[in-house]
Write a protein that binds this ligand. Structure first.
Ligand SMILES: CC(=O)N[C@H]1CCN(c2c(Cl)cnc3[nH]c(-c4cn(C)nc4C)nc23)C1
Length: 285
């Protein structure tokens, strides 16, 4: 009899390992095929001694705990995990068109219709996450993958936590996406930090660089002051949405539901498929 997939006891012998797909923060990712079903996935291999030395085993446990309970078309699935003496293996959904930031760098910047559809998909994923009181906390192009149909998938939940939270985020990688409430004040924050990051992401999709990109010190200062400029080639509607997301006071940022009704999103949403034309939302107080 075949065990229900979630209770499946996975082991390495069940997979035929293919080409390396890339290097994550703490391990390599390989294309893999489950021998019995032929199911193609991405196998993320983490070395236990590196996790211990990097004090990240808690982050990995949390990534597994959170991501394995999520099922949404714009969130990369974690189907299961297993480990052997030396390594931990994450069985992840394979995103057929790879890493979004590579597409962004290659195209320099996205046309408004593409950026708008990507942001609409991010909003759908964040609505799903926030409903489960999960905030991602590390939204940036490097953590977004592209599926075979061009849909985007948030990945790398290593930094996600259950809201609210005031754990200092030991900085590794870019400061560009850090919200002001994590720079000034005592650093308590809520899911609203994902709204700030969405504003930074929208800007970067349309302009090819982040709004506060500068030297480390200047980036900190410019974020704390909300000091950025939107280039003139950005449409008025797109600029309006960016301005409603990059608001210093977390409580004053536009909500996910309001973003769905924003002119810049409605103007480009795909009729018929995923982005179904929405009946005017009745405001539920
Ligand atoms: C932080 C991190 O894990 N980054 C990457 C490494 C590969 N990985 C993938 C993960 Cl985790 C899932 N699916 C992927 N698909 C690809 C990919 C597809 N093409 C055509 N090219 C690539 C590359 N990569 C992945 C995530």
């Amino acid at each position: 009899y075949s065990q229900p997939s979630s209770a499946k006891q996975w082991h390495l012998g069940m997979f035929e390992i293919g080409k390396p797909l890339g290097k994550g923060k703490f391990g390599h990712v390989y294309l893999a095929k489950e021998r019995v079903t032929g199911f193609v996935c991405a196998l993320k291999v983490l070395h236990k001694d590196e996790l211990v030395s990097g004090k990240v085993e808690k982050l990995v446990r949390r990534e597994i705990e959170i991501q394995s309970h999520l099922a949404h078309p714009n969130i990369l699935r974690l189907f299961g995990h297993f480990h052997d003496q030396k390594r931990v293996f994450l069985i992840l959904e394979f995103a057929g068109k790879g890493e979004l930031y590579k597409h962004l760098r290659r195209e320099q910047r996205f046309p408004e219709w593409k950026a708008s559809q990507y942001i609409a998909q991010m909003v759908a994923a964040l609505k799903y996450l926030h409903k489960k009181h999960v905030m991602h906390r590390d939204i940036k192009p490097e953590n977004i993958l592209v599926g075979i149909h061009g849909e985007i998938k948030i990945s790398d939940f290593g930094w996600s936590v259950h809201a609210p939270n005031n754990r200092r985020k030991t900085m590794c990688g870019t400061l560009d996406y850090l919200p002001p409430e994590m720079i000034v004040g005592q650093g308590t924050y809520s899911e609203k930090i994902d709204l700030w990051s969405l504003g930074v992401l929208t800007y970067e999709f349309l302009c090819g660089e982040a709004p506060f990109e500068d030297t480390q010190t200047m980036t900190h200062r410019r974020i704390a002051r909300g000091d950025y400029k939107v280039p003139s080639y950005v449409s008025a509607e797109a600029k309006d949405l960016i301005q409603r997301l990059l608001v210093l006071d977390p409580e004053k940022r536009i909500s996910l539901v309001e973003i769905e009704q924003h002119p810049w999103i409605l103007k480009h949403c795909k009729a018929g498929s995923g982005g179904r034309e929405r009946a005017p939302a009745t405001k539920v107080r």
